[in-house]
Write a protein that binds this ligand. Structure first.
Ligand code: KE4
Length: 425
C-alpha cells in the first residue's frame, strides 16, 4: 500500500483529521495528503521517495529553499549551547535591531512563536492603546486562529467553508467588523458611522489567504488617511508578505506606512518565530511597564532566532528580491500562456516571490470575484500536476511561494508538466 495512504489512515486515529493544520488534509482537493520525509533546495521527497518541486515552501518560511547549508549550520551550532533559557539573550536584541532597521515603521518589536500570537497580541495592544473594543478585518483575509479573527476568515477556514469558526462566543465576534477588501466606499461609510469606536484595522497588505489579491492604491491610501483621522491603529499583517514581496515588505512596495506590523514565517527561517511591532508610543503599553499583558515561554527562542537571523542576513544579498520576483514571474507568465494556447480559462500573477493561479478569465480583485473561480478545474489541475511531481498548495484559496533555490530548469519542468495537465482536462 502507498505509504502516504497508510500513514494518513494511521494518523487519523490519534490526530484530528490526521493533520496538525487543516489545510494539509487535502480536504478541498480530495485524495491523500503527502507525507514528506526530507527536502533540499526546491525539492521535496515523500515517504515513497517520490520527488517534487515545492511551491508551498512551508507556506512561506523557506524563502532560501530547504535546508540551506548556512541556516542548518548555525542551527546546529547554537543548539549545542542549549535550546532555550527563558531569559534574555543578545541574539534577540540583534533580531529586534535587524527588524527595526529593515522595517522603519517599527520602532519597537516583540518576538513571539507564531503569526497567530503576533496578530492576537497586536490587536490587544491596539485596544489597550485606544481604549476601544471594535476591530475591523476584511472578508477572506486570514490572520491566524485567535478568536476575534476567525470571523469571515480566509485560508483553511475559507477552504473548508467555515470562515466564521464554531467555538467563538458571540460576545467576542460582535466586536469584529468585516468589510469587503478593496472596497473604498465601504471603508468610508463604516468610518463615518463608527470611526470613534474602532481600535484597529488589520489587513493583509497583499492578500495570500483568499488566493492572491493585490490592493488598489486608493484603497490603501484611503485606509491610511481614515485611520489617522479617527485615531485608529492601522495594522499591516505582513506575516506572509514580510521580507517576501520586498525586503521591507508590502509597506515598502506600496509606500503606505502602518502604525503596527505583524511578522512571521521568513523571520524564523522555518522555525517558530512571530513578531509584532510598531510605534514606541503604542508598544510602550506592553508589560512589564505598560498595562497590556503578553508573554511566551519560547518567545525569542535562541535556536529559532538564529535560523531567522541567518535567513534575514542572506535575503539582504544584492538583487535577492529582484531575482525571486523574476523567476516567479517566469512561472506565472508561462502557465498563463500554456493555458491560453490550450483554450483554458486560467490566469496567474505574482507579487515578488508569491503567486496566485485562478481558473477564471481575469485575476480577481475582491472576495466575491475569488468565489467565482472554477474550483473543480483547480482540483483537476492540482492532481495532474501532483502526479507529475509538482506540489502546489492543496487549496484554491492559497497563494503559492517560490524560493531562491528555484532554478529556471525547475520552472521549465513545471511548465512542461502544465502542458500535459492543461491538455488532459
Ligand atoms: P501562524 O499562526 O500559522 O504562524 O500564522 C498565522 C497567519 C497570520 N497572518 C497571515 C497573513 C498568515 O498567512 C498566517 C498563516 N498562513 C497560513 C497559510 N495561508 C498558514 C498555513 C496553515 O494554516 O497551515
Amino acid at each position: 500500500m502507498d505509504r502516504n495512504k497508510q500513514l494518513f489512515e494511521q494518523s487519523q486515529i490519534t490526530i484530528p483529521g490526521g493533520v496538525n493544520s487543516p489545510v494539509r488534509a487535502f480536504g478541498s482537493v480530495g485524495g491523500t495528503p503527502i507525507f514528506f520525509k526530507r527536502a533540499l533546495g526546491s525539492r521535496l521527497w515523500d515517504e515513497n521517495d517520490k520527488e517534487y518541486i515545492d511551491y508551498i515552501n512551508s507556506w512561506g518560511p523557506m524563502i532560501l529553499g530547504h535546508a540551506h547549508p548556512e541556516v542548518i549550520q548555525v542551527v546546529q551550532e547554537v543548539a549545542k549551547g542549549s535550546l532555550s533559557f527563558g531569559a534574555p539573550t543578545e541574539r534577540e536584541l540583534t533580531m529586534a535591531e535587524t527588524i527595526v532597521r529593515l522595517v522603519p515603521s517599527i520602532e519597537q518589536v516583540r518576538l513571539v512563536s507564531s503569526g497567530t500570537e503576533a496578530t492576537m497580541s497586536a490587536i490587544r495592544v491596539a485596544r489597550g492603546h485606544t481604549r476601544r473594543d471594535k476591530i475591523v478585518k476584511f472578508e477572506g483575509c486570514y490572520h491566524g486562529h485567535a478568536d476575534a479573527l476567525l470571523v469571515k476568515a480566509g485560508s483553511g477556514a475559507l477552504t473548508f467553508g467555515q470562515p466564521s469558526s464554531a467555538g467563538v462566543p458571540h460576545d467576542v465576534a460582535k466586536d469584529t467588523l468585516t468589510l469587503p477588501y478593496n472596497d473604498t466606499e465601504a471603508l468610508r461609510e463604516l468610518f463615518d458611522q463608527m470611526g470613534a469606536e474602532i481600535a484597529c484595522v488589520i489587513l493583509e497588505p497583499v492578500v495570500g489567504n483568499m488566493n492572491l489579491i493585490i490592493p488598489e492604491q486608493e484603497f490603501l491610501l484611503t485606509l491610511r488617511r481614515l485611520c489617522t483621522d479617527h485615531g485608529v491603529v492601522l495594522i499591516f499583517d505582513e506575516v506572509m508578505t514580510g521580507f517576501r514581496v520586498a525586503l521591507g515588505g508590502a509597506q515598502e512596495l506600496f509606500n503606505v506606512i502602518p502604525d503596527m506590523t505583524t511578522l512571521g514565517k521568513v523571520i524564523g527561517g522555518g522555525l517558530p518565530v512571530g513578531a509584532f511591532g510598531g510605534k514606541k508610543e503604542i508598544m510602550s503599553q506592553l508589560a512589564p511597564h505598560g498595562p497590556v499583558y503578553q508573554a511566551g515561554t519560547l518567545s525569542g527562542n535562541p535556536v529559532a532566532v538564529a535560523a531567522g537571523l541567518k535567513t534575514l542576513e542572506l535575503i539582504q544579498e544584492k538583487n535577492f528580491h529582484t531575482r525571486l520576483a523574476e523567476i516567479t514571474s517566469n512561472l506565472v507568465t508561462g502557465l498563463t500562456q500554456i493555458a491560453k494556447n490550450k483554450g483554458k480559462e486560467f490566469t496567474a500573477r505574482n507579487v515578488g516571490g508569491m503567486f496566485g493561479m485562478y481558473f477564471s478569465s481575469k485575476a480577481p480583485n475582491s472576495f466575491d470575484e475569488v468565489m467565482t473561480s472554477d474550483r473543480e478545474s483547480f482540483k483537476k489541475f492540482f492532481h495532474l500536476m501532483l502526479e507529475q511531481g509538482i506540489y502546489f498548495g492543496p487549496s484554491a484559496f492559497e497563494a503559492g511561494f517560490v524560493s531562491a533555490a528555484h532554478t529556471q530548469d525547475d520552472i521549465q519542468q513545471t511548465l512542461d508538466a502544465a502542458e500535459v495537465a492543461f491538455a488532459a482536462f
